[in-house]
Ligand binder design. Structure first.
Ligand SMILES: *Cc1c(COP(=O)(O)O)cnc(C)c1O
Length: 398
């Protein structure tokens, strides 16, 4: 960290670091927030400086005071294991950039079966075309992943909990095996954020965020971040530079603004989602709630060991019912919007079916499945909204 305000932040708690880190009051001329620096060209004062590429900033794509502020704030949040943070235009580009930084033709990668579906699409589409082979593994595999390693396995991609289905992999156990085979561990930590899971302290080498979700927090940006330890950071930095990916200045600013309130928003999402999950678990229409913070969840012990909190996203399995009944529920609820993405201040609901994109596990939940994001609305209003939805569901189902 190079800004004067950041020197004392390591001893502070995460909530405080979220507020004060990445702030350079002197350079910001006293303003609390950094300016939105728009720029391509950076002028060098002398020919000597130009020849030596001397100066804090060289070219807009390579960094600005605004990107530096966000990077410093994210590094402070990740903790001392973090050697650098790359900023990219979307969560998916964080995944693709991370994968391209560690893999080359002839390599093999192990990917969790419940990884975000576009992660699979990138592996099956782009990586396959460039001669990298992917094997999907059951997220409950733990140290048993050793059997899946080949002499050319270079990386393992994990996600906890799994997208949509919320299985909880044992990342420290998987990481120990990966490192014994000299492979790197890449982790999608979007659900918990570095606030609720310090991935780089649990054996992960590269931890990425779809900052589109909780870091942005307001459904108004597309953004991705890649945090890496000292072993992985040089390759991440080089790949970002070679690919030429960079994020727009307004989105960088909004990501930093979102980060400042992450702790209070997540605390509300966590509490509201747990209460809603319990309320749903008690409903006659619901067969199962998939939420690792509930003691009944198969992933609960791992969640308790590795996480310090949970977020607002979970899924439910309904008792068997026709599609028309589920559609009636979806068409009746008003506060729960139907739409992709999550992590904003608003509640969302979406039906899903993983059958097509699970190949190492068998997805057979036994009823229709819905993914819910619990936003910042009054929980009473949200329950009333779902009550009306279930009434419409029952009117069709019976
Ligand atoms: C949304 C999401 C992504 C992709 O982020 P975008 O910003 O939409 O590209 C990656 N991983 C997970 C777990 C996500 O939910």
């Amino acid at each position: 960290m190079n800004s004067s305000d950041d020197e004392q932040t390591e001893s502070l708690r995460a909530e405080t670091r979220l507020v004060v880190s990445g702030r350079d009051t002197k350079a910001q001329r006293g303003f609390v927030n950094p300016p939105v620096v728009r720029g391509s060209t950076v002028l060098y004062p002398t020919a000597d400086d130009l020849h030596a590429h001397r100066g804090e900033f060289q070219y807009g794509r390579l960094g600005t005071p605004t990107t530096r502020a966000l990077q410093n704030a994210l590094m402070a949040l990740e903790g001392p294991e973090c050697a650098g943070v790359g900023l990219v235009p979307s969560g998916l580009s964080a995944i693709s950039t991370a994968l391209l930084s560690v893999l080359k033709a002839g390599d093999h990668i192990l990917v969790s079966d419940s990884a975000y579906r576009p992660t699979r699409n990138f592996c099956n589409g782009v990586l396959a075309r460039y001669g990298v082979e992917t094997t999907y593994f059951d997220p409950s595999i733990g140290a048993g992943i050793a059997k899946q390693f080949r002499s050319n396995t270079r990386a393992v991609m994990v996600e906890a909990p799994g997208s949509q289905s919320f299985e909880m992999p044992d990342i420290p156990a998987i990481a120990a095996v990966a490192h014994a085979h000299d492979a790197l561990v890449i982790d999608d930590n979007t659900w918990a954020t570095p606030l609720y899971r310090r991935a780089l302290e649990q054996g992960v080498d590269i931890s990425m965020q779809a900052a589109t979700k909780y870091i942005g927090g307001h459904s108004d940006i597309m953004f991705g971040t890649i945090s890496a330890n000292a072993r992985a950071w040089p390759a991440i930095a080089e790949t970002i530079r070679l690919l030429g990916v960079c994020a727009g200045p307004d989105d960088v600013f909004l990501a930093l603004r979102g980060l400042r309130t992450l702790a209070v928003r997540l605390a509300h999402h966590k509490q509201a989602a747990i209460e809603m999950a319990r309320w749903l678990a008690a409903r006659p229409e619901v067969a199962r709630v998939l939420h690792p913070a509930l003691p009944s969840d198969p992933g609960h012990a791992i969640w308790k060991r590795d996480f310090t909190g949970s977020s607002g996203l979970f899924s439910i399995v309904l008792k068997p019912a026709p599609k028309e009944a589920v559609d009636a529920l979806l068409d009746t609820v008003k506060l729960f919007g139907m739409g992709y993405s999550w992590g904003g201040y608003e509640s969302l609901i979406i039906p899903f079916d993983c059958t097509e994109y699970r190949t190492a596990t068998n997805w057979a939940p036994g009823g229709p499945t819905l993914r819910l994001h619990i936003g910042l609305e009054s929980l009473d209003d949200l329950k009333a909204d779902l009550d009306r939805g279930f009434a419409a569901f029952n009117a069709v189902a019976r």
